[in-house]
Ligand binder design. Sequence first.
Ligand SMILES: [Fe+2]
Length: 467
Amino acid sequence: MEHRFSDLIILLASGINQRRLYFDDHPKVQAFSRDFVIQLRDLLAGDEGDAFSFGVYKGKFVRNGKYLVGPSIAGRSLISFAEHLGCGGFSFTLPLEPRHIVTFFRLAATLKGPLPGLDAAHRLFQDEGIAHIGLANPFIEGKGGRLEEGEGRSSELGSDPVLASDDFSSLMGIYQALYEIVARNNASTAQGGAVDIADARSSGEKLVNATGNGVMDVMQFIRYPDYDSYTIGHSVRVGALAVVVGRRLGLAPEVISDLATAGLLHDLGKGRIPENILFKPDKLDSEERKIMQSHPVLGAEILLASGEASEIMVSAAWGHHIRYDGRGYPAMPPWHKPGFAAAIIHVCDVFEALTATRPYKKPMPPLQAYEIMFRDRAAFDPRPLAALVQALGLYPPGSEVVLHDGRRAVVTHAGNDLNNPVIRTTHDPLGEPLDAGADEIIDLGRPDSPQIADILLIGDGRPAVTT
Ligand SMILES: [Fe+2]
């Protein structure tokens, strides 16, 4: 059920983004508003009560006392709207009509700066004829970090709105900013507009800073599924991995920063691939595959046309599907070797694709991903491939493992050797979660420490975070 709430919130945010590009009567804006109403009716026809409500708190969505991580990443436009209105959430009731939602999209897309208070927001909604959309009072923080509804608050945000601690919080703002920029770039290039390289560069730098504390941060990027149609999350994670590989290879800081931006923009050409091919659920036929495989060249053309993209960015976009043995696409003469930046992005691109969650697949444990990549090692430049494995280790931070004594643990550091990371125990041998304070940090490199018996999927068993 939770993912249906998430889908509805993302639908709202996507509608706002469409309205930023188009106008009220545009078929895309109309379609999003209709879709939302249909799905809302569907949801409320079940036993969910008579309102669909969610809160906004500190730049994130919250429902029933939990952060909604996926929607918070993808829904920055809706969060900003709530912040400008000065409200702590929204509540949608029937009989809501698509025209109300279209007006909601328009206000969200055009409202500049915060209103003086929630009263002004209520008046604005009234003046615009918006009905059946309630604005909740902001949350206030009570004793012990408990969130309480502000005075006069009427929406139903859960009976126990205590937010679980969430180690992703510190990265959320950066992820949202990066998400916005790649989405905006994709949307504008899809219409033939120019890509904003300066904006992308500043996101690239933020990404470098975000991965400043080591690989742990990067693996946190990897845990969260994509909520976009242009694999934006994928681009962010490829950029983050490229930073880690670049550092391991000892590259200069300005090159690493360029690599981060190159990772963000490497799939930009997909914005020009027709949607019926890009999102086709079935196998592509040979003609469609040819069109799909034109995205590296299209991406490089967009970047070249900007006049501001660096050589590293253009080369990575153009060559990130060219294998080290010269196969792949675009087709090249056999003597051709892809550029070093392209080789780095290629390694990161494949590793990310294997280990990420997708709507149609579960994430693969990193060990299995390494295995697949090493079996096909002719495909990869050995230098970035080795750097990736060395930087992430065999048990990358964020991986969940089972120890020989049956306890479960999460890897916190790669450790001094690849086989023996530092871990924090999370479950006792009977599978019961450990109480706060009962967990233990263990360096598996120490002689008498337990051994890893099995590796679980990254992102498994994280009940505090709902996607
Ligand atoms: Fe690609």
